[in-house]
Each structure stands twice: as structure tokens, then as C-alpha cells.
Design a protein around this ligand. Structure first.
Ligand SMILES: NC(=O)c1ccc[n+]([C@@H]2O[C@H](COP(=O)([O-])OP(=O)(O)OC[C@H]3O[C@@H](n4cnc5c(N)ncnc54)[C@H](O)[C@@H]3O)[C@@H](O)[C@H]2O)c1
Length: 368
């Protein structure tokens, strides 16, 4: 198969669909891979690295879109890229179509077959191609939150782990899923006092078996949430109700009663956020203050650590890329129902029920 990897063009996006090691895996199996010139240079992968992995370096995205059987990307295709897609071509990337009617229009009009990373499922539950980004964001939330407690960010001037003779900060994590457990791992490592709230007892059990007495688990109710938010120095918001906007668990009144100079990192901001006082920020200007509480609400946290994020994403996507290339997409999704769940658009029709319902459009079931 002829696989095309264009350079990402979204603002400040440095990730790339395939790292050289992934390219080598494909070329060693007899596939051809075209990579756009300087596609990985922002995260330290040069054209020479890609050439050594067996890729061909192509000067423009236009040539790649014109020739490739399958396009592998990271972010949803931008308007200019959507115009270059064509019938019969396969697109494998994050799409997030439910809130994006314009993109959906263009993908339907293109006639291309579009498989979205974020709706591929797994036998163990969860979303295996979304999880790596939650792992990154969860871990990052603690380093971002630690910085928010510094005086330069208008925080209270507290070191997360304290020092001998001086108490550490209290970190309250709301939601003990992928984001929450990765945040906990970092917070424990930095010596903080860690409390995790979740409304699933099974999740709390798993956290205790993973971290033992290094954390305190608390069943999430209105009362316990308020208690542990008001006594925290740093609160991490990592809740998710699949398919829905994040619940506003922390009210503006609660925020106004938090400790002066404390901080919140609302990782769930990409789903609207779980603090009533949250609004999305960017890496250029990540924080703002409400009632003396530092808010960090960056909606694309993994973009800041694009090299780690790209490598983590490639580890998760590579088996699917190999299967799509070796078998062709029809046979690949026929053999793998989880990959089939990734099929969002085919031949002008919406083949994901969730996307069709969210957009109020017709859903067509694709039977492989
Ligand atoms: N900002 C970013 O850059 C970024 C990056 C990755 C993920 N995210 C977001 O982070 C959020 C969490 O993702 P995840 O992968 O950890 O999800 P997950 O499904 O693994 O975990 C979510 C947890 O929230 C818990 N929960 C739901 N309602 C709750 C409540 N009322 N109180 C306490 N816990 C509750 C669930 O039981 C679950 O354990 C999502 O919104 C995701 O989109 C953001």
C-alpha cells in the first residue's frame, strides 16, 4: 500500500502521524511510505531519519494527498486538507466529528473512507487510541499544577513535595480514570499528599491495589467533593462521562471558598470542564485567576510535549496501521470489530451512530 504522512498544519501542532520507527515497520513489510519534507522536524525527527527508515520525502502535502492510498495524520484534517481527499482514499486520524458539522460535510463530500482514532474500542473497555493522550495529560497536570503554585503564577508559593520539616501540598484529584491515575502517579512521586475521588467503587478499588497507602480514595459525593476541594492546594479535574459534556462538579461558590493561591488544572476542559469557573486556555497563555485561585485550562495539553505524545500515539496506532496496510481497510475491519468502531464516514455517508445522532444526520450501518 502507498501510505502518505503529511506535515500537520494546525496552529502549533508539532506531532506527526508516523515516527521513523513506525515507517520502518511498514516499509519492511513491503509498503511504501511518503512523508512530507520537515514533517517531524519540530520533535527531532529529520528527513534523513525518515529516509533511513525507507520513506520517500515529498515536498508538498498536495502530492501526498494526490498519490496515497491511506493518509495517516494526528489532528483532524483542516479545510485545505479536506479539499484534497478523494473517493476511495482512506484517512486514519483523530476526527472528533460530533461537534464539527463543517468537517463532517467536507468528509462526506470527499467520498473518502475515514476511520477516527477516538472511536476505536478495545476488549478491555475504554478507548485505546485516546488513552495515550490521557496518560500524557494526566502526568502533565501535576507538573503544570506544581508551576501554578509558584509565586510567579500568582500561586501561594508552595512546593508540591514540601521539604523535610515542612508539610507537602495536598492534591485532590477528581476522577480516577486514565487522567486521574496518571496524575496520582506523578503527585505521589513528587511527595504530595494525594486524595482521589471517583463515583465508581471499582475504580477506587483498582486505585488502592495500584497505589496502596500512598493515596487516600474517597467516594465522590457533593459533600466529600466540597470537603476535599476546599482543603486542597491543587485540584485536578479528570472526570469523564462518555459522550456527554463534563459535569460542573465544582461550583463558582466552592472556588470562591478555596484557599487563596491554590490552583486548579481542569484537564476535562476539552469536554467543557468540571469547574464552573473554567474556560479553555492555550499554551501561549495557559492560566488565569478567579477569586485568587489559579486556573490552568489548556484543551490540548499533549501538544506541549509533542515528542512524547507522538511516540505514545504511534505505539497505540501502529498495529492498526499495519493491519489496514496489510489487509486493506475492508478486510481489516471485518476481522476486528474494535477497528470497525472507528469507521465514521464512508462513501459520503455517516457510519458512526454516535456521530450521526449528535449531528442529527442519517446513520448508515456499514457491513463489512
Ligand atoms: N485537556 C487535555 O489536553 C486532555 C487530554 C486528554 C484527555 N482529556 C480529558 O480528560 C478527561 C478524563 O479522561 P480519562 O481518559 O481519564 O477518562 P476516564 O473515562 O478514564 O476516567 C474518567 C473518570 O471520571 C469518573 N467520574 C465520572 N463522574 C464522576 C464524578 N461525578 N465524580 C468523580 N468521578 C467521576 C469516572 O468514574 C471515571 O473513572 C476527559 O474529558 C478527556 O477528554 C483532556
Amino acid at each position: 500500500m502507498l501510505i502518505g504522512v503529511p506535515k500537520e498544519i494546525k496552529n502549533h501542532e508539532y506531532r506527526i502521524g508516523m515516527v521513523p520507527a513506525s515507517v520502518e515497520e511498514l516499509t519492511s513489510r513491503g509498503h511504501q511510505v511518503m512523508v512530507e519534507a520537515n514533517g517531524g522536524v519540530g520533535i527531532g525527527f529529520t528527513d534523513a531519519d525518515y529516509l533511513a527508515a525507507g520513506a520517500t520525502i515529498i515536498e508538498t502535502a498536495k502530492e501526498i494527498f494526490a498519490a496515497a492510498d491511506m493518509i495517516v495524520k494526528v489532528k483532524e484534517p483542516q479545510a485545505v486538507e479536506r479539499k484534497m481527499l478523494r473517493p476511495g482514499q482512506l484517512l486514519f486520524t483523530y476526527l472528533h466529528l460530533a461537534p464539527d458539522p463543517d468537517q463532517t460535510d467536507d468528509l462526506q463530500a470527499s467520498g473518502a473512507t475515514c476511520i477516527a482514532y477516538e472511536t476505536v474500542t478495545s476488549d478491555r473497555g475504554g478507548l485505546p487510541l485516546l488513552a495515550p493522550m490521557s496518560e500524557v495529560a494526566g502526568r502533565m497536570s501535576i507538573q503544570a499544577g506544581a508551576a501554578c503554585l509558584e509565586k510567579s503564577k500568582e500561586g501561594c508559593g508552595m512546593l508540591l513535595g514540601g521539604v523535610p520539616g515542612v508539610e507537602p501540598a495536598k492534591v485532590t484529584i477528581i476522577g480516577g480514570g486514565v487522567v486521574g491515575s496518571n496524575a496520582a502517579r506523578m503527585a505521589i512521586g513528587m511527595g504530595a499528599q494525594v486524595v482521589i475521588l471517583d463515583r465508581s467503587v471499582d475504580v477506587l478499588r483498582r486505585l488502592v491495589s495500584e497505589f496502596g497507602t500512598a493515596i487516600q480514595t474517597v467516594y465522590s459525593s457533593k459533600a466529600t467533593l466540597e470537603e476535599h476541594v476546599l482543603s486542597a492546594d491543587l485540584v485536578i479535574g479528570g472526570v469523564l462521562i462518555p459522550g456527554a459534556a463534563a459535569p460542573k462538579l465544582v461550583t463558582a461558590d466552592m472556588v470562591s471558598r478555596m484557599k487563596p493561591g491554590s490552583a486548579v488544572v481542569d484537564v476535562a476542559i476539552d469536554q467543557g470542564g468540571c469547574f464552573a469557573t473554567s474556560h479553555a486556555t492555550t499554551h501561549q497563555d495557559p492560566t488565569y485567576i478567579v477569586d485568587g485561585v489559579v486556573h490552568y485550562c489548556v484543551a490540548n495539553m499533549p501538544g506541549a510535549v509533542a515528542r512524547t505524545s507522538t511516540l505514545a500515539l504511534n505505539n497505540a496506532t501502529l498495529p492498526f496501521i499495519v493491519s489496514l496496510a496489510d489487509l486493506g481497510w475492508q478486510e481489516a475491519i471485518r476481522r476486528d470489530k474494535h477497528l470497525a468502531n472507528g469507521l465514521n464516514v464512508h462513501n459520503g455517508q455517516i457510519t458512526s451512530k454516535e456521530v450521526a445522532d449528535a449531528l442529527g444526520r442519517e446513520y448508515i450501518s456499514y457491513c463489512a
